[in-house]
Design a protein around this ligand. Sequence first.
Ligand code: TYM
Length: 345
Amino acid sequence: MTRVFSGVKPTGHLTLGNYLGAIRQWAAVDQHRSDALFCVVDLHALTVDHDPARVRRLSRQAATLLLAAGLDPQLCTLFVQSHVDEHARLSYVLECVATDGEMRRMIQYKEKAARERERGGSVRLSLLTYPVLMAADILAYGTDEVPVGDDQTQHVELARDLAVRFNQRYGHTFVVPKATRPPVASRVMNLQDPMSKMGKSDDSGSGIVYLLDEPDVVRKKVMRAVTDSGRDVVYDPEGRPGVANLLEILAACTGGNPGALGGVYESYGALKKDTADAVVEVLKPVQARHKELCADPVYVEGVLRDGAEKARAMARPTVDAAYRAIGLLEPSSDPVAEPVLNAAR
Ligand code: TYM
């Protein structure tokens, strides 16, 4: 059976971009057709300036929202990254296969590091090595497919490169994974700045629809979306990025095709109204289920505990194999091994 792995980083409240670009696909498709693991990747949230209490809160919220979005613990494994030591264990070994040049070429590193420096802050070393930890997340599970939004393509490519390089140097150990993307809305853009991705850690909330936004807030944000100078509604991501973004969102929410939907509308106002309604409808059941789950934190904790146990058992053999392959001595449970070692010294 195909093994699928993906994750969300608890650095902010989850957005419509996270949902349409990744999570919805995990719930509707991936967990049904594959052996799937989904992870709240909390270690990754420590790569930028963070508040410990907020990361804890957001991790719990992300896990609850993933369940609310339809992940079913009977069908998939849901867990928190820091509960499974294998991720950090493997990450170090992969750092010994990756190069610093490779890390410095990562687009997200370049953008985030530049932003941090502009603010006068310092860049954490973990921001540079982050893609290696992400590769470890993926490779530890023998993952075949990684369902992600467009922005993660380069990171999954790196995981592929590291798997191939490790296998060539040290013997076949890792499955070489590939990224999969949703057919539409693989890059939902910020409603106020359609040239930038809708990102959960961005400062301004007015262009970002959060999964837990109330319906009237969603409507306000969509109705105020920046559109383009033309008047006719056509799907042209390069020439009309604002309108194209709304068409993508509408298509993703209603199951349509953004190009075909373009011909249906005569005004930006009508397009915005239908898009707002469609987003509200898509978020309604997620928000209702989220409310129920918040009333039952013990259930959520139980899911995460069981998930971590299952994940640990799946990752351990692969990470142990990588340790052996790269030349690390196996810990011995055999008491005679110790004098032999001493004798050889
Ligand atoms: P993160 O937390 O930024 O995003 C989680 C998922 O949501 C997708 N996504 C989007 N899709 C469409 N439009 C958007 N505006 C948008 N914003 C986010 C992301 O592509 C992602 O699929 N590095 C990862 C987390 C991670 C991971 C992993 C993913 C860590 N280890 C291993 C897969 C496998 C990240 O920061 O995602």
